[in-house]
Design a protein around this ligand. Structure first.
Ligand SMILES: [Zn+2]
Ligand SMILES: [Zn+2]
Length: 355
């Protein structure tokens, strides 16, 4: 994720102040029925996930329980206590998407409460245990093949693969009991909260809209400061960026809504913020076309190396995964627009040319 200058009105002023002070923000009551609970993400620049507790007539519903760690569980249960409830009383869990910083704690919360778990069907299909990369060794091989197709030099590939041990278990991800399609009502009795399908960051990403309170929970789809990663899943090569841009234009309509994102701080100004994100990707596409013109027939890796990042390429480190995925997402998008072509080079790596 990359940072940009903000164009939004900050509503979460305490969250914003705490960010500057590098401390975890407090649990906050946003309305009689709604609480914001920061759940820490260990050793991660995102620092925390904002979980939301919706107090429905049938019991609390937790949106994005957060990263599975002892500190995370302590923070989540403390937040539930502040909201006057307990983990055991939770009636339901909704995840905007299945990234570990959102869905990690769902299994534990369900174990304590018997709560239902809801997500979009396209998101369910990406659960680690449902993909061909469920097996850690297989997953490592898939990443290895993906790096080779990107044209990663052997030394870089070895360095990037080193932390991915074959014995790591990506499991523990809760299967859904409830599937939410676009427009479906989230089962929170007493409130009208509707699911809004916003693919891009992930295939089944959901935003949640309370139309009466004029609130939009945006998950990772729109954040006030950073640009969400697009196309991080090595196993899919669909043009996620096209989906993302469509999803951005879709939520721009809720400019008068308070935005409750899963990271950073609450804000208002979705029209300006989504326009900024669209513009960021347009600039990026233009830059990429320029690099393809300059290099002739580069690999994804060579393209990424020549694009500008928030730090020099030699210092991008493990974030090279994200950089490669983002570059591939832009190439896929430009290919869908008929502006570039992709073909297989002699060594098996993908080669990009101007169309
Ligand atoms: Zn995410
Ligand atoms: Zn996230």
């Amino acid at each position: 994720m990359t940072g940009t200058d903000t164009v939004v009105e900050v509503l979460g002023t305490e969250q914003h102040a705490c960010w500057a002070e590098r401390v975890l923000p407090p649990v906050e009551q946003l309305a009689g029925w709604l609480w914001s609970v920061p759940v820490p993400i260990p050793d991660n620049p995102l620092r925390y996930t904002s979980s939301y507790v919706l107090l429905g007539d049938d019991g609390p519903v937790v949106v994005d329980p957060g990263w599975d760690s002892p500190d995370g569980w302590t923070a989540l249960t403390a937040g539930l206590a502040a909201a006057g409830t307990t983990a055991g009383e939770v009636a339901g869990i909704v995840v905007t998407h299945v990234h570990a910083d959102h869905h990690g704690l769902s299994w534990r919360l369900r174990e304590q409460s018997g709560a239902w778990v809801a997500m979009h069907p396209a998101e369910r299909d990406t659960l680690p245990q449902r993909t061909r990369t469920a097996d850690p060794t297989e997953r490592r091989r898939a990443v290895e093949r993906w790096l080779a197709r990107s044209g990663a030099p052997a030394a870089d590939a070895a360095e990037l693969l080193a932390p991915l041990r074959g014995d790591q278990d990506p499991g523990g991800m809760a299967e859904p009991d409830v599937l939410l399609d676009d427009g479906d009502l989230v089962p929170v009795r007493g409130r009208t909260v509707r699911a809004l399908w916003t693919p891009g960051h992930t295939p089944g990403h959901l935003c949640l809209r309370d139309e009466d309170a004029r609130l939009l929970l945006t998950g990772d789809h729109v954040l006030p400061r950073i640009t969400p990663n697009i196309g991080l899943a090595p196993e899919t090569e669909r043009p996620a960026l096209a989906d993302f841009l469509t999803s951005l234009r879709r939520v721009a309509a809720f400019d008068d809504h308070d935005v409750l994102p899963a990271h950073e701080w609450r804000f208002r100004g979705l029209a300006a913020r989504t326009a900024q994100l669209v513009e960021h990707h347009e600039r990026r596409c233009a830059e990429l076309l320029g690099v393809v013109a300059e290099l002739g027939a580069p690999t994804i890796w060579a393209l990424a190396e020549h694009l500008t990042w928030s730090r020099p390429w030699s210092e991008v480190g493990a974030m090279r995964f994200g950089a490669i995925a983002e570059t591939a997402a832009h190439v896929g998008y430009l290919e869908s627009l008929g502006q570039v072509t992709r073909s297989r080079g002699e060594d098996g790596a993908t080669v990009v040319r101007l169309a």
